[in-house]
Design a protein around this ligand. Structure first.
Ligand code: HEM
Length: 498
């Protein structure tokens, strides 16, 4: 590797290090004849170019990243034993990637979409990833719906166009989504920048303290820059004027030393409280009211260094909720349980089985001589160490597990899991949000944002969507119907030909 900052410029070579006399030439027979296969420089160059693209992320393909650090600001040792969360003042190096969800890698940053907020913590006990969003709830609570839900947010298989009918058809048939749809179609669905939005774990996780006691927890990262949003038209204009505005904003802020930060809080719930809560603690469509489960501050995340190479560091970053450390566990939330499989699985497809050896993903310390070989080994492959547990080599490894984290006992019969039926309780928190919009002056924006999108859906899908919002609030339902039907549908609305 070359160091561009010191010494004479390096000699240009082929990928095997052979100096090349003329990088811009190809070897040809005479003035007009064919090229020679022995021109390894040209073949090496073209063959590498042909393989430059790796699969983009199936969701969250467009994103921006930065390094930073997390600092513990308040003592929470009574709640959690994880080393990186213990000791006021302790700092841990981090890497964060923000993203939109549905669009392709070149799609605009200003899309109405949830934003991903994923952070890797390089701790002494391994890498833990917080793979969070900027909304505290999600569209579904049954993970088998995730691929179909995502398909409705992508392109119509026939027209290859985004399709309002598909979009609203799915959401109005799966009305557990309504709370998240309320968030998405308020102006918070179009954040002004990645610096001006919060991050939420969404799921319940489990924290265990040194005594082995545990709580369900929700994590909140609250922006120190303040929430700033775009209205529908500002977001639309940015799509044309500067589709990479959020990438530019983050990169430039960090480059000029204006480091963004987030204050980090935890909400806790004991297992006994969870039994009595008016909602299911594993239901990702519900928030934990702050008055019942107050926020407790414990840290600060600051982003202070831009990556030097987007592909190496941002594109190859591989976050997974399964990457965790002692004391910080997943709960039994079915969506979270499915995510524990899906991310590492997609990394093996997208980056290869040895994706953890890529520098941006690599833990500070790692020792697992039972994982050997595979494409792209760059860590020496554990040399001559035995590749199976054996007393012939007792110093190969030791174990260091201080406490058992298995607290739950589940007994039951295997059943078909749906969690599809919605009841009145599924509209309560969405209704409260509608009241909040009333106080914050967001109701008109919400009605406008939905109606300009919904106008392109088929009439029967529009009607089902009006009914869904009527269950949130009759006032909302009627205002939406009126606003949508006032708008002229596009002459050639792309629709599923059913
Ligand atoms: C990215 C699956 C729900 C947050 C991804 C990726 C997959 C995936 C396959 C691409 C990862 C990659 O290629 O590196 C799923 C499944 C879900 C689910 C199967 C539900 C069953 C959620 C939820 C959240 C979330 C509920 C937030 C609370 C993210 C984020 C990323 C992501 C932030 C981008 C990570 C990055 O920046 O590389 N998801 N997801 N996902 N997901 Fe999910």
């Amino acid at each position: 590797m070359s160091d561009k900052k010191s010494g004479p410029p390096p000699v240009y070579t082929t990928s095997n290090g052979c100096p090349v006399r003329d990088p811009n030439a190809s070897i040809r027979v005479g003035q007009h004849g064919p090229l020679l296969l022995q021109d390894h420089h040209l073949i090496d160059l073209l063959a590498h170019f042909d393989r430059e693209r790796i699969p983009e992320r199936v969701v969250h393909a467009k994103g921006s990243g930065a390094y930073g650090h997390f600092e513990v600001t308040d003592d929470i040792s009574d709640l959690v034993s994880s080393d990186f969360l213990n000791g006021v003042g302790k700092k841990t190096k981090t890497f964060t990637r923000f993203s939109t969800v549905g669009g392709e890698k070149g799609s605009p940053d200003s899309a109405r979409d949830p934003r991903g907020f994923a952070t890797k913590f390089y701790t002494e006990e391994g890498v833990i990833d917080w793979v969070y969003n900027n909304t505290p709830v999600f569209f579904i609570r049954n993970p088998s719906k995730f691929p179909t839900f995502i398909h409705t947010q992508k392109r119509n298989p026939e027209t290859n166009l985004k399709d309002a009918t598909m979009f609203w058809d799915f959401l109005s048939r799966n009305q557990e989504s309504v709370h998240q749809v309320m968030q998405l179609f308020s102006d918070r669905g179009t954040p002004a920048s990645y610096r001006n939005m919060n991050g939420y774990s969404g799921h319940a996780y489990k924290w265990t303290n040194k005594k082995g006691e545990w709580h369900y927890v929700q994590i909140h990262l609250i922006t120190d820059q303040g929430i700033k949003t775009l209205n529908n038209e500002e977001a639309g204009n940015l799509t044309a004027e500067n589709p990479d505005h959020a990438q530019e904003d983050l990169f430039e802020a960090i480059a000029k030393g204006d480091f963004p930060s987030w204050t980090v809080y935890v909400q806790t719930m004991t297992p006994e409280q969870a039994e009595k809560a008016p909602f299911n603690v594993f239901d990702l469509t519900k928030v934990w009211p702050h008055k019942d489960y107050p926020l407790r501050r414990f840290g600060k995340l600051t982003l202070d260094k831009n990556p030097e190479n987007y592909f190496a560091e941002v594109e190859q970053a591989a976050f997974s909720p399964a990457h965790t450390v002692p004391g910080f566990e997943p709960s039994a939330d079915p969506v979270l349980q499915s995510r524990l499989f899906s991310y590492s699985d997609t990394h093996r497809h997208r980056l290869g089985v040895n994706y953890q050896q890529i520098p941006v993903n690599c833990p500070l310390k790692v020792h697992n001589p039972f994982q050997r070989d595979g494409a792209g080994v760059v860590n020496g492959n554990y040399g001559a160490l035995p590749n199976y547990p054996t007393d012939y080599s007792p110093t190969t490894y030791r174990t260091d597990v201080q406490l058992s984290e298995r607290h739950e006992k589940w007994v039951g019969t295997a059943t078909n899991f749906h969690w599809d039926v919605t009841g009145p309780e599924d509209y309560v928190q969405a209704g409260k949000l509608w009241e909040v919009f009333g106080k914050s002056g967001q109701q008109d924006a919400f009605v406008h944002n939905v109606s300009v999108h919904l106008q392109n859906a088929k009439p029967e899908v529009q009607d089902r969507t009006f009914d869904m919002f009527t269950k949130v609030s009759p006032d909302l339902g009627s205002r939406l119907r009126e606003a949508t039907l006032k708008l002229k549908p596009r002459a050639k609305a792309p629709g599923f030909r059913l």
